[in-house]
Design a protein around this ligand. Structure first.
Ligand SMILES: Nc1ncnc2c1ncn2[C@@H]1O[C@H](C[S@+](CC[C@H]([NH3+])C(=O)[O-])CC(=O)[O-])[C@@H](O)[C@H]1O
Ligand SMILES: O=C(O)C(=O)Cc1ccccc1
Length: 244
């Protein structure tokens, strides 16, 4: 990923903090924002690449839903060894899609990549060996999440894998506060001020609604996934894999 500008979006006091959107201003600083805000982000991207090497099969589709600037797509394109497959990245932010296409075109790779500007709720999933939802489902309305996971299950081939990463809430209030405090410490250690932390929290309040790990696992089981395991957790962020 090319060098990114420093995220200063929430550094000045705003009289009214607006709901967070993935606009051109966010795109400009996104790599810096996500790596300073999400513990383990780079580990997760590396692991997505590793998993794609194992799970992506010949003549199949690979989906990166909510692909942002294409970090997961590029990690998979580097790692995939199977022939005749394609990666389909999807994002509904025009600014993200434009920059993502630039990133994808800046590197060469064996596996073809298509970046579609669309709502992931409208995308058909078919003949998939791997689907990535890396910190995207938390932005989908809660009542649509079951439909989305069911659609992914239906579109996966037997043996196919879903990688799902999300911010989480802990069902126990004391543990939940502890995890949030540790996340805020992490942000402070990465140079964010109290004002930046507080204003971003307000901006995300209406647009990002995390579920508990238990809620995610129940949804996956109800969709038909018989195997799933959390492979990563740091504070209130986790990543799991589910296999059909
Ligand atoms: N309904 C939707 N349809 C399509 N895209 C959507 C939708 N809702 C949100 N998005 C898109 O989902 C992405 C979420 S960021 C994913 C990081 C990436 N996966 C990464 O591995 O770097 C996570 C974060 O910033 O916390 C944004 O680009 C939105 O435009
Ligand atoms: O910053 C946060 O608190 C997050 O939850 C992570 C994040 C990262 C990038 C955009 C939106 C949320």
């Amino acid at each position: 990923m090319p060098q990114s500008k420093t995220d200063l979006i929430f550094s000045n006091k705003q009289s009214q903090v607006k709901d967070f959107t993935f606009d051109a201003q966010v795109v400009e600083v996104f790599p810096d924002m996500i790596s300073r805000s999400v513990p383990g982000y780079n580990t997760i991207i590396d692991t997505i690449g590793r998993l794609s090497q194992h799970y992506v099969t010949e003549n199949s589709n690979v989906y990166d839903l909510g692909c942002s600037l294409g970090a997961a797509t590029l990690a998979m394109r580097k790692a995939i060894t199977a022939n005749e497959c394609q990666i389909i990245g999807v994002d509904n932010s025009p600014a993200m899609v434009e920059r993502c296409r630039m990133h994808v075109n800046a590197f060469k790779g064996q596996t073809p990549v298509i970046i579609n500007e669309a709502d992931i709720m409208d995308v058909e999933i078919e003949n998939a060996s791997m689907v990535v939802l890396n910190f995207t489902m938390q932005f989908i309305e809660a009542d649509k999440r079951t439909t989305l996971i069911n659609k992914i299950y239906q579109g996966l081939n037997p043996g196919g894998i879903l990688l799902l990463s999300e911010k989480l809430i802990h069902e126990d209030n004391v543990c939940n506060s502890l995890l949030i405090d540790l996340h805020h410490d992490f942000k402070r250690a990465n140079g964010y001020s109290e004002l930046e932390i507080a204003q971003k929290r307000t901006a995300l309040e209406n647009v990002m609604k995390p579920d508990s790990i238990q809620c995610h696992q129940n949804r996956l089981q109800q969709a038909g996934f018989t195997h799933n395991t959390v492979w990563f957790q740091c504070y209130n962020f986790f990543s799991l894999v589910a296999i059909k």
